[in-house]
Every structure is written in C-alpha cells, then in structure tokens.
Design a binder for this molecule. Structure first.
Ligand code: ZN
Length: 470
C-alpha cells in the first residue's frame, strides 16, 4: 500500500467507499478545508438528530400534558385526603428545601400565588369555610370566640371547644360524604367532633382534638386506613398539623424556627408519601394540601390604644368582643352604633391618636362587600379593620412583645396560604391563579362524584382546576 502512504491523510479517510481496484471514476479532489467543513456538518447533524430523539422520548414519558384524569390502579373508589398545615403562609415553601412538598407540586396542580383565605383570616372561620364552601357569616363560625345574642343559642359564648351543633351551620364535607353512603374520617379539623346529620364522629374514624398527639402518629393512623378492606377505606379523609402556626405566633414569620417548623411539616408529607407508595396507592389518592391563613410579624410600636379615643368617645372594655386583628364591638342596644362609628373615626383621623390612621371602623353593613362579613347576628354591629401587622389594645402598657399574628383583611398577601392538589384528578406540573378557599368544597364533591350542598363556591369552578373524567 505504498501508493496510499503518499496520499494526504484526510483524503485517505474519505476513501473508505472507493474501491481503488475498480474502474469507476476517481473521486473529486477535495481540499482539506472543504473536507473539514463536511465532517463538521455531519457531526452536527448527528448531534441534532440524537438530541431530537432524546428530547422527544423524554417528553413523551413525563411532559405530555394530561388531558383527562388518570384511572385508578389499586383503589376501588376515588379518595380525597385533605391536609391542613395551620398558618402555612404562602412563600414558606421557599424558605428551605422542601423535597416532599415539591414532589406534590411538580407532579400536581398548584395555586401559583397561593390560596386566599376568608375574612377574618382566623383558624376556625377558615377551616370551616374550607369544608362547607361557605363564608363565615353563613357557616356561623364568625370568629374563634364570639357571643351570640340570638335566642337559638341562648345568648351564650362560642369558643374553640364548643361542640354543640347549634353553632355549626352549613353542611361540612364529612356530613355530605356519609349522607351519600360513603365513609369519611377526620384526624382533627375544626367542627369534625360535632354530631351533625348522618355524621356521628365515630371513634375509629374521628379523633377529638388533642394537640399533643405526635404528628407521626396522625400520619400512621391515616396510612392504616389504607390497609382496610377496599370498601372500608374512607372516600374522604382529613389530616391536620398545628405547625407552622404555633411557632409563627411565638416568633413571627421570619425567624429561623419557622424554617424548622416548615421542614418538620415537609418531613410528615414525606412519611405520608412513602407510606402510600409502600401500599401501592400513592398514584390513586387525590391529596389536597393547603393552609388556613398566613402570618405577619407584629411588634410593640405598631399599637393603637382605644383609651386614646376618650376625647371623642369612651369605649368600655365590656363592649369589646375581640381586639385584634379583627376589632369587633357590641355596644349595649341603648347606644347608637352609627354614632359610635362616627366618633371613633373622627378621633382616628384627627392625627392625635397614635397610629390612628391604621384603623378604620365600620358598621358591619358598610364593610366592603368582598369581605362577606355582615349577614349574621353573630357578627357584632361595629367592626374595625386594622392595617397589616398593627394591633389594637385597650390601654397602653409596658408590655413588650414581638411575634406573629393573622386575622387581618384577606386582601393582604401575607394572609395567603398554599394550595397543592396531586392525584388522578389533578394535572401534573400545572399552575393555576389564586382562588378563595370556599371553592374547595365543590372541588372535593366533584372528585368524589357526589352532589354537594349549596354553598358560596362557584359551580363551574372545579372544571378550571380538575381534569375531566377519563
Ligand atoms: Zn390557623
């Protein structure tokens, strides 16, 4: 092959398809520069072709958009597991690595800028709005504590341990579910201990609130329900964690201890996911993870004292039903609520009351309509809206405290919580606009294919969040 040795190396590379012994015409004499271009082009084409093949194969496996809901693999009926992480302010999920919540988010549907609570942005009014689809004026739990002047409740006081059904109006999801002959279970939820309609808070499926029960035990109990015979597995389950609300009140939303509380809740979601995976039902369960409200930092200098209004009007302590973050006042019937409102606002606007500009007082009928906070005798006649992070107290004291609070106007971003839906009825990797939590009731009844009670949610709303039936 002495001849070959004389050829330039590059043309030798191109001679592979040329039979030197054949009588076919000699290949054109390609210059080294042109050959280099050709080689580069071929290599680029190969890279593009492989890249296309790789991209198209990966998109067909995990990025194909969901068009219809996915069929159940193991469960015999749809199941909704509703999880509340109390006081999980929207944005907490970015404080630290939350791999388990991220697993729900990336494989599910998330309210991109959070879930909007109802007013007042307090625990009981919101949890009960979530399960009834009603605003507090209609579901009856207008505050965590209130007096009802109505004879039907004997003028008594409601508190967070009032289990008499006379307080709890509307039809909560567990009642709707059992009314349809399905099973429901509640591992804590405000109102779940109350006997209503067909719901009798059965011992095995209904836990009476006890904040000291470890989170792990709550998760294990819910997981054990999936070990029951298929027709015994509840169609609707609740699970409740009191964090990060507990620490939020103590240290405010920006303390490192909140980050730890968020990690703890994420760890519980991880334990739940692993347990569902071990049982082969993770893909079948519709998990809705949400919170009832957000949290904002409060501190000493942001205070408004009612005693400062004395030159305009005296507001005795026993007229006050709650000070903060919702000021509610029930004066004796002999007083004109309208006059009281006028005088209070005169004082607040005078510039002579410390932080007066951060409190606005209304007759409840004159509150902005968007708050839906007037159509109940349980709501006192006078309501004060307090600006974010401010607090109202009766009189000045030397008490110094900083922490966190919620209950303010639901228009404040800091009061928002989270919504994540993951399961056969939720599209994967989908973001939806924020919505009010009164829409959740219709979402759950739609997933379970049952007729819900009438409520303040929009009938067409579930179509905008859920996948249509397969
Ligand atoms: Zn709460």
């Amino acid at each position: 092959m002495a001849e070959d040795d004389e050829e330039p190396p590059t043309s030798k590379l191109l001679s592979f398809d040329t039979d030197s012994s054949s009588k076919s015409p000699k290949p054109p004499n390609l210059t080294p520069k042109l050959i280099l271009i050709v080689v580069t082009c071929v290599a680029a084409a190969i890279i593009i072709a492989f890249g296309f093949l790789f991209f198209s194969s990966s998109s067909s496996s995990s990025h194909q958009p969901d068009v219809v809901s996915r069929p159940l693999k193991k469960l015999k009926h749809p199941v909704v597991l509703l999880i509340s992480s109390d006081g999980f302010r929207f944005g907490y999920q970015y404080k630290t690595d939350t791999p388990n919540m991220n697993k729900l988010i990336t494989n599910g549907t998330e309210a991109q800028l959070g879930l909007i609570p109802v007013f007042p942005t307090l625990t009981f009014p919101n949890h009960y709005a979530i399960v009834t689809g009603l605003y507090p004026a209609y579901h009856g739990i207008v505050n965590n504590y209130f007096l009802d002047p109505d004879n039907t409740t004997g003028g008594e006081a409601f508190n967070m341990k009032s289990y008499d059904p006379k307080w709890w109006l509307g039809e909560p999801l567990w009642e709707t579910v059992v009314n349809h002959g399905l099973k429901a279970s509640t591992y804590f939820w405000p109102g779940s201990e109350v006997n209503k309609g067909g719901w009798t808070c059965p011992q095995f499926f209904c836990k009476v609130y006890n904040g000291s029960v470890p989170f792990e035990e709550r998760v294990d109990t819910v997981l054990n329900y999936f070990d029951l015979p298929s027709d015994e597995i509840p169609s609707f389950m609740t699970l409740y964690f009191g964090e990060p609300d507990h620490h939020g009140h103590k240290v405010g939303p920006d303390d490192p201890r909140i980050t730890q509380a968020v990690e703890r809740v994420d760890g519980m979601i991880g334990k739940l996911i692993r347990g569902l995976e071990e049982r082969g039902v993770f893909e079948d369960v519709n998990i809705i993870m949400l919170g009832d409200h957000g949290m904002v930092g409060t501190c000493d200098e942001k205070l408004i004292f009612l005693e400062d209004l004395a030159p305009w009007i005296e507001i005795p302590k026993d007229w006050i039903q709650s000070y903060s973050p919702l000021l509610s006042i029930r004066p004796p019937p002999s007083y004109s609520a309208k006059d009281i409102v006028t005088k209070m606002n005169e004082g607040l606007k005078s510039g002579k009351v410390q932080n007066g500009q951060y409190l606005k007082v209304y007759l409840k009928e004159e509150l902005p309509d968007r708050l839906h906070y007037s159509a109940s005798g349980r709501i006192p006649p006078i309501i004060g809206l307090i600006d974010e992070a401010f607090k109202v107290e009766q009189k000045s004291s030397k008490r110094k405290e900083c922490g966190g609070s919620h209950g303010y106007d639901n228009a404040f971003f800091s009061m928002r919580s989270i919504f994540i839906g993951r399961g056969p009825k939720f599209a994967r990797s989908r973001k939806v606009p924020s919505f009010e939590n009164v829409q959740i009731y219709n979402l759950v009844t739609t997933i379970l294919n049952i007729q819900g009670a009438s409520n303040n949610g929009t009938i067409s709303f579930p179509k905008t969040i859920l996948l249509p039936n397969h």
